[in-house]
Write a protein that binds this ligand. Structure first.
Ligand SMILES: [Zn+2]
Length: 413
């Protein structure tokens, strides 16, 4: 074999091998962009984590009345939205991983093709050498004219074989790397998919919670409707007893005028029982926004809690309500010499009888839930010359509270 031919063969071989390798190298930077995308998505995911934690903290702070239920619902919806965004983010990550995997697969196919190509080239070259003049590696060696030529030919064959081997080794290493990278990407994708399923389960759970909150809201709403209906009934009862009180006060006027009344009213329960569940008149209900019309104030207390005469006077009524007044259950009216009267309703039992004189602070009955009532409480009314007024007007020196569901606020009297 001539030196010229050797050089040409080596050059062709080198070119054939270098070109696909250059092409191969160009593939790698393309995947870097996709990895950047995934990193950016991961940053978004951690931002979402922070948002979610904040909402969770708020959610844990709320309990179960309507405004809180509505707040809870709002927070749950926000949380669902964040989780939805998380899921979208994970979907995008999974998609990016898919792209990365298909890219790795393409790289792998390319190196495999190059390996095959290199092997084919090697086989073709050996065949060509044989065809050209029965040039097998052996025949090349045996055709050597002298030892120097033999050595020359031997070196050339070895060079070709070594070169082929090193190229195939390089390709093999490349293939291993790509396969490993592909396995890593597939693992990352699988982890992402598992995380996605977890988030989906969390979202399902939140949606179930939201349905429960909706149920609570519906229950509270129907409870509100019931309370409004009860107030309307109490309104009718108050209207019915108004005339009755006036009539009894006319009849018992001499007796009433004999009992000197104090200038102020005494809180009808122990001072520690200072939280109202319902105010007089149009309730400023921040939840329903619906106007109420309440003839007195409601003060929840345990059944059997003593109720005190707010002012000295004469008991003009002590009955279990009948007719429209049924709504009041067991109730007592004390009429005072200054033209005012106090009414105590829903008692479990009455401690005074009609015509009896009572002193301020004397027990007139005990807290209960008789009549139209949903729980143990004192319904307390004050009339001035037969007209109902807001009892709180007379207790401006007290610190009183109003509780609606879980919220307790101090009243500005
Ligand atoms: Zn009431």
């Amino acid at each position: 074999m001539k030196a010229r031919m050797k050089a040409a063969l080596s050059l062709a071989l080198a070119l054939a091998l270098l070109l696909p390798l250059t092409g191969q190298m160009a593939v790698v930077p393309a995947s870097a962009a996709t990895q950047d995308q995934i990193d950016a998505l991961r940053q978004d995911a951690s931002d979402l984590d922070a948002q979610k934690a904040e909402i969770q903290a708020q959610l844990e702070a709320v309990q179960a009345d309507k405004s809180q239920a509505l707040e809870q619902k709002r927070l749950l919806e926000e949380q669902i939205e964040v989780i939805q965004a998380e899921i979208d983010n994970m979907d995008a990550q999974i998609l990016a991983y898919d792209e990365l995997i298909s890219q790795k697969n393409a790289e792998l196919e390319q190196t495999e093709a190059q390996e095959q190509e290199q092997f084919d080239l090697f086989c073709r070259r050996v065949r060509a050498m044989e065809e050209e003049g029965e040039l097998s590696y052996w025949s090349v060696l045996f055709s050597s004219t002298d030892f120097s030529d033999l050595l020359d030919n031997y070196m050339m064959i070895e060079e070709i074989i070594n070169y082929d081997n090193s190229v195939i080794e390089t390709l093999q290493a490349l293939q291993d790397t790509v396969e490993q990278e592909r396995a890593e990407v597939e693992e990352a994708k699988a982890a992402q998919e598992a995380a996605r399923q977890e988030r989906q389960a969390a979202q399902d759970e939140l949606e179930a919670q939201e349905a429960q909150v909706d149920q609570v809201i519906a229950e509270i709403s129907s409870q509100e409707d019931l309370l409004e209906e009860m107030e309307a009934e109490l309104q009718r009862a108050a209207d019915a007893v108004d005339e009755q009180i006036r009539e009894l006060e006319r009849q018992m006027a001499p007796q009433i005028s004999n009992v000197q009344s104090e200038s102020g009213f005494l809180w009808p329960l122990d001072a520690s029982i200072n939280t109202l569940s319902s105010l007089y008149g149009s309730r400023q209900d921040p939840i329903t926004g619906r106007p109420g019309n309440h003839t007195g104030i409601d003060i929840p207390a345990a059944r059997g809690t003593p109720i005190y005469a707010s002012k000295s006077g004469v008991v003009t009524t002590s009955v279990y309500g009948s007719g429209s007044a049924w709504s009041y259950g067991n109730y007592v009216v004390v009429s005072h010499s200054d033209g005012t009267s106090t009414l105590y309703a829903h008692m479990s039992s009455r401690a005074v009888s009609e015509g009896q004189t009572v002193s301020q602070g004397e027990v007139v009955g005990y807290v209960g839930t008789t009549g139209r009532s949903t729980g143990n409480h004192l319904h307390f009314e004050i009339r001035v010359n037969g007209s109902r007024t807001d009892p709180l007007y007379y207790f401006t020196d007290l610190t009183l509270y109003y509780r609606s569901g879980g919220q307790k606020v101090q009243l500005n009297l």
